[in-house]
Design a protein around this ligand. Structure first.
Ligand SMILES: Cc1cc2nc3c(=O)[nH]c(=O)nc-3n(C[C@H](O)[C@H](O)[C@H](O)COP(=O)(O)O)c2cc1C
Length: 402
């Protein structure tokens, strides 16, 4: 039996995750044009289910086709609920222990104008981008609530109310959101959307065991971003993020998933360009853990792999995923550790690391070709270890050169 802490179960709200690994949400842009899962989506999630992470956090599901960042993003509405239900059923047939969470999102200013409508909470500087009215913000909140109810109906264990990487939730809470109405200006106003929508979700779900949590960017890394002290500031200041997580616990959120940065940024996903970025993530979850009692999920662990990385620690055994996962869990710096890109490189990673089959792990190289595929609006996967995505990646490189 594995006596490591990473293999131990943990209570999240009224449910139990069988181990401490989370497969983080990874958008793979392989839905059909109506946002329905395709054969490729089914295949991907069956593999993830086989991997046996304690928590499987689904990729960003858009709550509307109108404003979305990815052309083939998965959608969650009544129209495609049956397909999502089948997806979950097939995953549970492979593995009925992992907790399955749906990440619910509206892309806001990061929506792609080539195929959807770009909208923002506060002006982007581009006068053609529509700034949402109070009524429109309320309508978006209602769509989030509807999507949470559908998530429960189709069999998910809970939802992740997305507040990271610059999408609408993240945009709302920033000091740069100086709207003059009840959704902007003061911290109280900027967090109203989160607070009221989460409360409406609880009421509509009418089920205390259904999990609601928030993945948020603790530090955006931009002027006026979250984790700074004002609309023009860029220096990290965790005053507001700490007040935010305190509020999330007070309103009954079941967990907090800590991320950082804007989609695709180096702060979000540490790599060989900035190895010490992993330590920033550890410090961020440590700060959140000091503040709240609810489970805290950490991000940015893929770079660590088997210790073959450029961290300035001379002993390889002291810079691996397993070393840091165990250390952070034991030191109380985090409750669950998340893998993003590593789950694309090897969807069976959790099972292999927990059973000690480490020889057969396909490690993520943090080359970020997956990100390049995503930014090119292609299907996303590991272009190192999977021939299908390797070929796709080659094609986009060729297209770029011609
Ligand atoms: C291709 C790609 C897609 C991603 N999709 C999502 C997503 O849908 N939702 C989300 O919250 N984060 C998303 N992320 C961020 C990851 O979940 C994760 O936080 C990041 O990759 C850092 O973790 P890692 O070092 O384990 O990869 C994505 C990252 C990449 C590279």
């Amino acid at each position: 039996m594995n006596s490591q802490m990473i293999a131990s179960p943990i209570r999240i709200g009224k449910k139990v995750a069988p181990n401490r690994i989370v497969t983080q949400p990874m958008e793979c842009n392989d839905a059909d044009s109506s946002g329905n899962p395709t054969d490729l989506t089914f295949q991907r999630y069956r593999r993830i289910a086989e991997g046996g992470a304690g928590v499987i956090n689904f990729e960003s599901l858009t709550i509307t086709l109108e404003s979305r960042a990815r052309k083939n993003q998965l959608l969650i509405t009544e129209e495609n609920a049956k397909k999502l239900e089948r997806l979950i059923r097939e995953m549970r047939a492979v593995n009925h222990e992992s907790l399955i969470l749906f990440q619910l999102n509206h892309s806001g200013r990061l929506s792609e104008k080539a195929f959807s409508k770009v909208v923002s909470v506060y002006p982007t500087g581009d006068p053609t981008v529509h700034v949402l009215t109070e009524k429109e913000v309320e309508a978006i909140a209602s769509s989030f609530v509807k999507a949470a109810v559908i998530s429960k109906q189709v069999g998910a264990d809970g939802i992740d109310f997305k507040h990271c990487h610059g999408y609408i939730g993240a945009e709302m809470v920033r000091p740069a959101n100086t709207r003059q109405d009840r959704f902007g200006g003061s911290f109280e106003n900027r967090t109203r959307f989160t607070r009221e929508t989460a409360r409406q979700m609880r009421t509509a779900l009418d089920d205390e065991s259904f999990l609601i949590g928030v993945r948020f960017s603790i530090y955006d890394g931009i002027a006026g971003g979250f984790g700074t002290s004002g609309p023009e500031e860029v220096i990290e200041d965790l005053g507001e993020p700490i007040a935010f997580v305190t509020m999330l616990e007070e309103i009954g959120m079941d967990y907090i998933n800590v991320s950082a940065g804007i989609a695709g940024s180096e702060i979000t996903q540490p790599s060989k360009k900035y190895p010490e970025g992993v330590y920033r993530h550890f410090g961020w979850t440590k700060a959140v853990k000091k503040t709240v009692e609810i489970p805290v999920i950490g991000s940015g662990y893929s770079y660590l792999r088997d210790g073959k990385n450029n961290l300035q620690e001379p002993e390889r055994s002291k810079k691996s995923f397993l070393y840091w996962a165990e250390k952070n869990l034991k030191d109380g710096n985090v409750d669950l550790v998340g893998i993003g890109r590593q789950s694309l490189a090897d969807p069976l990673f959790p099972r292999k690391i927990l059973s000690g089959e480490t020889q057969s792990i396909d490690y993520c190289t943090t080359c970020d070709r997956c990100l390049a595929l995503m930014l090119a609006q292609k299907e996303v996967g590991c272009a190192i270890h999977n021939a299908y995505y390797r070929d796709l990646y080659r094609r986009i490189k060729k297209e770029a050169q011609s």
